[in-house]
Design a protein around this ligand. Structure first.
Ligand code: GLY
Length: 416
């Protein structure tokens, strides 16, 4: 059956999802909402509807007789976009609002982890400042304090300073991040690792892991970002981590969610800290990672539509997932001023010069003259795929050199 697909989102992750989906022989049309100039090369982009206006998105998808909606970012999922689409009879891939609480409420995620016996740091959750501060004072530094809800990566404080931690509790409970609950947990030391699962409500298959670089500058210096680059595959995985993830984390969590009446269907992002005592889950996200998706999907040889349809049919366990043995490297080109205040409106005029790489658009838009300009922090993902990591990295950075614009920021140590 031919398929008309609507993709929700407009970042580098969604451009990579669209790029992969149009390779399916059954996808005849792809629309994106809101999309970006990269996605506009694959199909029409829909303007004038906010992805979080879930009723409007559902009415649009119904009117357009869309066969499948694939949702990239967390905000529309947390707002209930899948519930709205399903109520209009439109098939949609992603968790319902209740299931997306695995990302949209850190307290809910911890409760599910405890019920599913998933290893995670000891925690406490509070809506009263005095109780939260008493709990904090009994912890040892560094203190980890998180706003409970979605905060676009800005709701977490890790500090050695108890007074700063107490002030952060007041900030979180004042509703600064849109909710009035705070989570305090023990600090976990060790490298991070993210693994993605495609879940059908009771079972899952895992995607090949990628390593992300969160800090703005080389050697993990500078402020935290959404991710400045990634590579896949990762060759220093702890032994048995994939089996552990499926058997000790993903499947037990799916069982707990199903028992709860909120079966989880969609991509699930498992974020670990690899401690000296073993892997410990730091967080779940109800979506794929960005910029990890941009290196995972180019290596995926299986048709992504087949995986999504198998998950929607509750039949993922029979799916084979095949991978290219090559390495993919993604260097993110960020706008001047990112992450605090990205400069928008800078023209990107040399995109055609970067040959033999894939360029996924993230923070781009058109200006009044129809030129592609910067419109957000993480502007482009430059992805090279080659036989070895060295070859892919060298090819990627040759392309980066050709794409420079004034103020462009990037890390030169991705996959080094
Ligand atoms: N790269 C981290 C994230 O997508 O949350």
């Amino acid at each position: 059956m031919s398929m008309r697909v609507l993709l929700i989102g407009g970042g580098g992750r969604e451009h990579a999802l669209g790029w992969k989906l149009v390779q399916s022989p059954r996808v005849t049309e792809i629309m994106s909402l809101p999309g970006n100039p990269g996605l506009a090369q694959l199909g029409s982009v829909i303007e004038g509807i906010e992805p979080t206006d879930v009723g409007a998105v559902a009415a649009f998808a119904k009117a357009q007789q869309i066969d499948l909606v694939v949702v990239g970012p967390e905000a529309p999922l947390a707002a209930g976009i899948v519930d709205a689409l399903n109520s209009f009879g439109v098939p949609a891939f992603g968790p319902t609002r209740a299931a997306a609480r695995l990302e949209s409420s850190k307290t809910f995620a911890k409760q599910v982890m405890d019920r599913a016996s998933v290893p995670t740091a000891p925690w406490g959750s509070f809506d009263q400042p005095d109780e939260a501060k008493t709990f904090l004072q009994a912890q040892t530094a560094p203190y980890v304090i998180k706003a409970d809800g979605l905060a676009a990566g800005k709701g977490v404080l890790v500090t050695e300073d108890l007074a700063a931690g107490e002030a952060w509790i007041d900030d979180c409970l004042s509703g600064r991040f849109g909710d009035e609950r705070v989570l305090i947990e023990a600090f976990l030391a060790g490298p991070e690792l993210s693994i993605f699962a495609v879940c059908d409500g009771t079972d899952a298959v895992l995607l090949d892991p990628a390593r992300d670089y969160k800090r703005l500058r080389n050697d993990d210096r500078g402020p935290n970002t959404g991710g400045m680059g990634a590579f896949s595959p990762v060759d220093d995985l702890p032994p048995g981590i994939m089996e552990f993830t499926l058997d000790q984390v993903v499947r037990p969590v799916l069982s707990a969610m199903a028992e709860d009446g909120s079966p989880y269907i969609g991509f699930l992002y498992v974020g670990y800290v690899l401690t000296s005592e073993g892997p410990s889950v730091l967080e779940f996200n109800c979506r794929l990672g960005d910029p990890e998706t941009q290196v995972v999907l180019p290596r995926l040889e299986t048709d992504l539509l087949d995986l999504i349809e198998a998950a929607l049919a509750g039949d993922i366990r029979k799916s084979r997932v095949d991978w290219s043995p090559e390495t993919a490297v993604n260097v993110v080109l960020a706008a001047e001023g990112y992450p605090e205040a990205p400069v928008t409106g800078t023209r990107l005029s040399r995109l055609e010069r970067a040959e033999d790489v894939i360029i996924f658009h993230g923070g781009t838009n058109y200006d009044d003259a129809g030129q592609v300009v910067t419109s957000g922090g993480r502007v482009l993902s430059v992805v090279a795929i080659d036989r070895t990591a060295d070859d892919a990295r060298a090819r990627c950075y040759r392309a980066v050199d050709k794409l420079r614009w004034p103020g462009m920021q990037y890390r030169s140590d991705i996959a080094r």
